[in-house]
Design a protein around this ligand. Structure first.
Ligand code: M6R
Length: 369
C-alpha cells in the first residue's frame, strides 16, 4: 500500500502534483472564473464580511499564515491568524461580519474544534478547509471547502499542506472575485497560473537528489535555522517544524528581518541555515534585503542553503548550497518552496535511522486539548 516507497511520507511527497491538481479540479471554470459551489455561504454574505480570522494548529497553522498574505492582498479584508489552542482564551472579537476559516487536515483536532465552536457561539460564520470527508470540523461548520489530497497516513503533513495552500488561494481569489478589487486582472492571471502549479511541483520533485545528498551530510548537525520573508517566512517555520518532528533536532524558523533583533547571535561557524528567497521580480525590495541577510550570516560562518528561483543570479556568490525552484507568482511560491524542505527533513531523519512515518511522541490527529 506504500506503492513501492519505503515510507508513506515519501509516497505522499511524490503525490503532491496530483493532490494539487485534484484540489483545483472543477473549481476553475472554462471562462477562468472560480466556482466554489460547495461554499454554501451566499455571495451577498461574503460581500459583507469585514474581518477574517484563521484558526488552525501545526502545519495547518502555517498554511493559514500564508493565506493571510493572499487574503489581505487580493481582498483588502483584514485577516488574523491564530493557533487554535490560544484563540478562545483571549476573548476574541467576533461578530456576524467575521468569517472564521478553520483549517484542518484530519477535521478532528480538538483545539481547532473548540475554537470553531467558540467562534460560532459569538455569531461568526465558519468555513472549514479540510481533507477528511464527514469529519467533525466540517460537520460543525457553516460551509466546507475540501482539499482533495487523498488520505494522508504519515504523521508529518506534506501533501495535505500543499492542498491547504491551494484551498486558501482559492478562497482568497474567490473573495476577490466576488467583492471586486483593483486586483481584478492580477486575480485572473493568478488563477491561470494556479492551474499550472501541479507541473511546477513535479519539476521540483524531479530535481531533489542534491537536496537528499545534502540532508544526509547534515545528519550530525546540532541545529538548523530557517529564514524567510513575506510568504517565505511561514515556509521557513514549516521547514523547521518538519525537521523537529522527523529528525528530533533543534530547528527554528525566523523572519529574516528579525535576525538582527536577536537570533543572529546563534550564528556560529558551520551552522546550517536554510534561506527561502523571495522572487527578484515583483516585490524585489524583499529580495535585496534577504540577499543582505544571507551575506550577514555567511560572514559569521553560517553554511548557507539557499532556496531561490531559477534565474536569480544575485544569490549565487553567497550560497554554499543552491536549491533551484521554478518561477511562480510571488504569493504562490510556497507551493514550490516547501517541497525541498519536506524532502530535506525526511531524508535527514532517515539518515539518522528514525521511523519517519511514526515520529516519537506524536499522533496523526490530536484529539485532546
Ligand atoms: O489535522 P490537523 O490539520 O488539524 O492537524 C494539525 C496539526 O496537528 C498537524 O498539522 C501537525 O502539526 C503535523 N504533524 C505537522 O506535520
Amino acid at each position: 500500500e506504500k506503492g513501492g516507497y519505503d515510507y508513506f511520507m515519501l509516497k505522499e511527497i511524490a503525490e503532491q502534483p496530483k493532490a494539487v491538481a485534484d484540489t483545483l479540479l472543477g473549481r476553475i471554470g472554462a471562462d477562468g472564473q472560480l466556482t466554489l459551489d460547495e461554499v454554501r455561504i451566499p455571495d451577498s454574505v461574503l460581500r459583507e464580511i469585514d474581518k477574517i480570522v484563521i484558526i488552525a494548529c501545526g502545519t495547518s497553522f502555517h498554511a493559514g499564515l500564508i493565506a493571510k498574505y493572499a487574503i489581505e492582498h487580493w481582498t483588502r479584508i483584514p485577516c488574523e491568524v491564530e493557533v487554535a489552542s490560544e484563540f478562545r482564551y483571549r476573548d476574541p472579537i467576533l461578530d456576524q461580519q467575521t468569517l472564521v476559516v478553520a483549517i484542518s487536515q484530519s477535521g478532528e483536532s480538538m483545539d481547532t474544534l473548540m475554537a470553531l465552536r467558540h467562534a460560532r457561539e459569538q455569531g461568526a460564520k465558519v468555513l472549514a478547509i479540510c481533507n477528511t470527508n464527514g469529519s467533525t470540523i466540517p460537520r460543525e461548520s457553516d460551509a466546507v471547502l475540501y482539499t482533495h489530497a487523498g488520505p494522508e497516513v504519515a504523521v508529518a503533513s506534506t501533501k495535505a499542506f500543499l492542498t491547504q495552500l491551494v484551498a486558501c488561494y482559492l478562497v482568497a481569489l474567490y473573495l476577490g472575485q466576488v467583492r471586486g478589487t483593483k486586483w481584478g486582472d492580477e486575480i485572473t492571471e493568478v488563477i491561470r497560473q494556479l492551474a499550472d502549479m501541479p507541473q511546477q511541483v513535479e519539476r521540483v520533485l524531479d530535481t531533489m537528489e542534491p537536496v537528499r545528498e545534502l540532508a544526509r551530510s547534515l545528519a550530525d548537525a546540532r541545529s538548523v535555522l530557517f529564514l524567510g520573508r513575506h510568504v517565505g517566512y511561514p515556509v521557513a517555520l514549516e521547514g523547521a517544524l518538519k525537521l523537529k518532528e522527523l529528525a528530533y533536532m533543534h530547528a527554528e524558523g525566523f523572519a529574516a528581518g528579525e535576525l538582527k533583533h536577536g537570533p543572529i547571535a546563534l550564528i556560529e561557524e558551520g551552522l546550517p541555515v536554510v534561506v527561502v528567497v523571495p522572487s527578484p521580480r515583483g516585490r524585489s525590495v524583499l529580495h535585496d534585503k534577504i540577499v543582505s541577510n544571507i551575506q550577514e550570516i555567511r560572514a559569521r560562518g553560517a553554511r548557507t542553503i539557499v532556496v531561490a528561483e531559477e534565474g536569480d543570479e544575485a544569490v549565487v556568490p553567497f550560497a554554499d548550497h543552491l536549491v533551484r525552484i521554478p518561477r511562480t507568482p510571488v504569493l504562490l511560491q510556497p507551493l514550490v518552496a516547501t517541497v525541498p524542505l519536506q524532502v530535506f527533513a525526511c531524508e535527514l531523519a532517515t539518515a539518522k535511522g528514525h521511523e519517519v512515518d511514526q515520529p516519537r511522541n506524536l499522533a496523526k490527529s490530536v484529539t485532546v486539548e
